[in-house]
Design a protein. Structure first.
Length: 396
C-alpha cells in the first residue's frame, strides 16, 4: 500500500490526423490505427523499455466490428510490443478516450502501475451493420439491420421515449434551452475551422500528429479553409425542419486514434524525458439523456472545486464540439469561463470527432499547449451520449 497518491505525468501525446467518413482513413482497420499511435509513442521515447509498460488502456465507443475482442490488446500485439504488455478497452461513449486516461492515471496514482499508455480509437467509416439474432429459428418475417456508426440502436422499450431521441434532436433541445441562435452557431463553427487551419499552417501540430502508415494524409481531413458565414448560412437544418443545427455547425463522422504515455516519477526517470504536464484530477457526472450536451457543465464545476482551481486561473480549455449549439450552451451555463481560451487550435467541428479517440485528443491537446506555454493549468471536457459529462484538469 502507498501512503499517498503518486503524481501522474503526461510524458507524451500523439494522434493521427483525423479522416472524414469514407475518406483517407476509411481503408485502415481501427486496430491498425490504434497500433500506429502505440508504436509512435514508443519510438518517440528511445529510453523507454516497452516491457516496462504496465498496461495499455484504450477507449472505443462502438466495438461492433474490427475493433471487437479488446482492441487495446490487439493494438499492443499489432504494434510489436512485448506480449507481456496487457491491454484493456473501456467504453464511456464519446468520453471513452478520456476515461482511458483517467483509469490509467488512477492506476499509477495508486501504485498499481508506474508506466502506462492510454488513448482511444474509432473508425466510424468501418463501423458495421449488425443483425440481431431472431427470437426463434427460421423467422418468416424480414429482419432489421442496425448501423453501429452513431447513436441509439436496438433500444430497450422500457426506456422513456424522450431519452432515446436522436443526438441531433437532443442538441436542438439544448440549444433552445439557452436560446443559442443559428448565427452564433455558424460563427462558432467558422472559428473552429479558422483556428484549426491556422494551427496547422503555423506548425502547432507538428509535434503532436503522427502519420498513418500507407496513407497520404498530412493534416485533419475535415478542415474547411475557405468556408464562410455565407456558405454556412446556406446549409439546411439537419435534424428538424425549423432547427438551427446543420452539417456545417456540427461535428462530422470521423476515423482516427490518439494515445498518451503516462508515468510516475520512477517511470519518468526510466524514460528519461521531461513531461508535458501533470494530471491533477477528474470528475464525471450524469444528466438527463435528452440534455446530454450539457453534461460537461457539472463535471467542470466538480473538477474545478476538487482542485481549488478558479476559472480565472485556467490558461487553456478544450471543450469538445459535438455541436456548436451544445458547446455554446455549456459556455452560457458557465459564464465564469473565458470563451477566448476555448479550443485555441480548433475543435471537433473542424478537426473531427472519432468517438473513442476524442477524449484522448483533447487531453493530449491540453498537455501540448501547457508544454508550449511552459507553465499553467488546463481543462479538458466532453459531453457524452446517454447523458454524462467528463472533465479533467492538467497543470505544468
Amino acid at each position: 500500500m502507498i501512503e499517498r497518491p503518486r503524481d501522474v505525468y503526461v510524458v507524451d501525446a500523439v494522434r493521427t490526423p483525423f479522416g472524414r467518413y469514407g475518406g483517407a482513413l476509411a481503408g485502415v482497420r481501427p486496430d491498425d490505427l490504434a497500433a500506429g499511435v502505440l508504436r509512435a509513442l514508443v519510438d518517440r521515447s528511445p529510453g523507454l523499455d516497452p516491457a516496462r509498460i504496465d498496461d495499455v488502456l484504450l477507449g472505443n465507443a462502438n466495438g461492433a466490428g474490427e475493433d471487437n475482442r479488446d482492441v487495446a490488446r490487439m493494438a499492443v500485439l499489432l504494434a510489436g510490443l512485448p506480449v507481456s504488455v496487457p491491454g484493456a478497452t473501456v467504453n464511456r461513449l464519446c468520453g471513452s478516450g478520456m476515461e482511458a486516461v483517467i483509469q490509467a492515471a488512477r492506476a499509477i496514482a495508486l501504485g498499481d502501475a508506474s508506466i502506462a499508455v492510454a488513448g482511444g480509437v474509432e473508425s466510424m467509416s468501418r463501423a458495421p451493420w449488425v443483425l440481431p439474432k431472431p427470437e426463434r429459428a427460421f423467422p418468416a418475417k424480414d429482419q432489421q439491420l442496425y448501423s453501429t456508426t452513431l447513436g441509439w440502436r436496438m433500444v430497450n422499450p422500457r426506456m422513456p421515449g424522450e431519452w432515446t431521441i436522436p443526438l441531433g434532436e437532443s442538441a436542438e433541445l439544448v440549444g433552445a434551452k439557452y436560446a443559442v441562435s443559428r448565427e452564433s452557431q455558424d460563427a462558432f463553427a467558422l472559428d473552429s475551422h479558422r483556428n484549426a487551419a491556422r494551427a496547422w499552417s503555423e506548425g502547432l501540430y507538428a509535434g503532436e500528429v503522427v502519420p498513418v502508415e500507407g496513407v497520404e494524409l498530412t493534416r485533419d481531413e475535415g478542415i474547411r479553409d475557405n468556408t464562410s458565414l455565407d456558405a454556412l448560412a446556406k446549409l439546411k437544418p439537419a435534424f428538424t425542419a425549423d432547427g438551427t443545427i446543420t452539417a456545417g455547425n456540427a461535428s462530422p463522422l470521423n476515423d482516427g486514434a490518439a494515445a498518451l504515455l503516462l508515468a510516475d516519477e520512477d517511470g519518468l526517470a526510466a524514460i528519461g524525458r521531461e513531461p508535458l504536464a501533470r494530471v491533477r484530477a477528474a470528475a464525471v457526472t450524469g444528466i438527463e439523456p435528452q440534455f446530454f450536451g450539457l453534461g460537461p457543465v457539472d463535471a467542470i464545476r466538480k473538477v474545478l472545486d476538487k482542485t481549488a482551481v478558479a476559472p480565472g486561473d485556467l490558461h487553456t480549455i478544450e471543450l469538445n464540439e459535438a455541436y456548436a449549439a451544445q458547446a455554446l450552451a455549456c459556455l452560457a451555463a458557465l459564464p465564469e469561463l473565458d470563451p477566448e481560451l476555448v479550443n485555441p487550435r480548433g475543435g471537433a467541428i473542424a478537426i473531427g470527432h472519432p468517438l473513442g479517440a476524442s477524449g484522448a485528443r483533447i487531453t493530449g491537446a491540453v498537455a501540448h499547449q501547457l508544454a508550449a506555454a511552459g507553465s499553467g493549468t488546463g481543462l479538458a471536457a466532453l459531453c457524452i451520449g446517454v447523458g454524462q459529462g467528463l472533465a479533467l484538469v492538467l497543470d505544468r
